[in-house]
Design a protein around this ligand. Structure first.
Ligand code: GLY
Length: 404
């Protein structure tokens, strides 16, 4: 079935006669009706095929290589490894079918031991998005224990002088070649949810305090006057002073790397969820405004950097669109649905053939056309497991908010 058949879009032109001014005003309201159930059925078929292959190899799908082969997540640690079981948990939530619970448990067991790693900040991505959903959906106390251990490891990377968790170590790899001492990336906002949850689980405020300090320091140093954010802020770990404001995955230090803007948006929305601090809601709204007002995107689907030189002849980043859609849905719950039309524009675009793969193609990833990192010449115009994850999350949020 062609994915276009899943969608119906009604454009309603409302003519309003303004009696007060005695002039006619025309207000155009787009009302998009997205058939979320049908999109989810399509997604489930794709991920069922992908799961069968992944299970046969005991591996986690990450993306597709430049040669068109499946690229599995690194087995000794991969920042994306939590997204595949996370998508399986979303399908369990959507279908209530026990088979998805079994599949998710099997996938996340492949990396449980990584909860002890202290060599980068990605533990929030990895464990909140897998074991976190598992705990929420099943109440399994073992999953909670895994999250607590991961939060302990993550919090070892916090430096109170800086007021941030260190994102990357600088003693090896390409990060060692940039002159950084204590790099903090905007993506790191996504790791805070694990810390907020673990303070709730344990009653120990330490984790939440770290998350709040990190969010406040990032709010102070990562954003420009136009509410776009830098990707990397490097600090002096001895004094807390800012050393550099750089990029690693954007087109230039002063550009707005698209997925980074989405991470910031999602991050401040979730910080508001746990703290109700109006400064976080304000920041999230400002980022949303920045994103929505960008001309350099097509029907809600952005290119990989809002300042990329050759737009429209640049790769899209569908993963950023998915993260943005999911974050805007959360923001809608605090803003009287201020971003509903924007979310519907994104979801409607994602469900077209241009971005959704036919069943059995695309190595059974749901979506096409994402970007990992162009400056690293890695993962350009490919599917990514985290695009699929945030797409499913957005679809479920949309259903819960608007189709009850
Ligand atoms: N570090 C996560 C990302 O590439 O967006």
């Amino acid at each position: 079935m062609n994915i276009k058949n899943y969608l119906s879009i009604a454009v309603v032109i409302v003519l309003m006669n303004s009696c007060a001014t005695k002039t006619n005003t025309v207000t155009k309201t787009e009302v998009s009706t997205i058939n979320v159930d049908a999109v989810l059925i399509h997604a489930e078929k794709q991920l069922a095929l992908q799961t069968a292959i992944a299970e046969s190899q005991n591996k986690i799908p990450r993306t597709v290589t430049a040669d068109g082969e499946m690229h599995w997540a690194h087995q000794n640690f991969d920042w994306t490894e939590g997204f595949f079981p996370g998508s399986q948990w979303f399908l369990y939530k959507a279908t209530n079918n026990e088979i998805w619970k079994t599949r998710a448990e099997k996938s996340q067991a492949l990396f449980e031991e990584h909860k002890f790693r202290k060599t980068n900040h990605d533990l929030g991505f990895v464990f909140n998005n897998s074991f976190g959903h598992g705990y929420e959906l099943t109440g399994n106390e073992d999953f909670k224990a895994v999250m607590i251990e991961a939060a302990k490891s993550l919090s070892t990377r916090f430096n109170p002088t800086v007021g941030c968790i260190q994102s990357w170590d600088v003693d090896r790899g390409w990060q060692a070649e940039r002159g950084w001492k204590y790099p903090v990336i905007i993506d790191n906002m996504m790791n805070l949810e694990l810390l907020f949850k673990v303070s709730e689980f344990t009653g120990d405020p330490k984790y939440k305090e770290i998350a709040i300090a990190h969010a406040n320091t990032t709010l102070k140093n990562h954003f420009r006057a136009d509410n776009s954010s830098y990707h990397v802020v490097d600090y002096d770990p001895e004094t807390g002073a800012v050393r550099f404001k750089h990029t690693a995955q954007g087109t230039a230090h002063e550009s707005a790397w698209t997925r980074g803007q989405a991470w910031g948006l999602y991050g401040y929305a979730l910080c508001y969820r746990y703290t109700k601090d109006p400064a976080y809601l304000d920041m999230a709204k400002k980022i949303a405004g920045y994103i929505i007002n960008q001309k350099n995107q097509k029907n809600g689907i952005p290119y990989w950097d809002y300042n990329a030189k050759n737009i429209p002849n640049e790769p899209y980043d569908v993963s950023a669109a998915c993260v943005t859609a999911s974050a805007l849905l959360e923001l809608n719950t605090y803003t009287n649905d201020a971003y509903k039309v924007d979310v519907e524009r994104i979801l409607t675009s994602l469900a077209t053939d241009e971005f959704t793969a036919e069943i059995g193609t695309n190595h059974n990833f749901i979506l096409k056309h994402s970007v990992g990192s162009i400056p690293h010449n890695a993962e350009i115009d490919v599917p990514l497991n985290y695009a699929d994850y945030y797409y499913l999350e957005a679809l479920l949020r949309y259903k819960e908010q608007y189709e009850k």
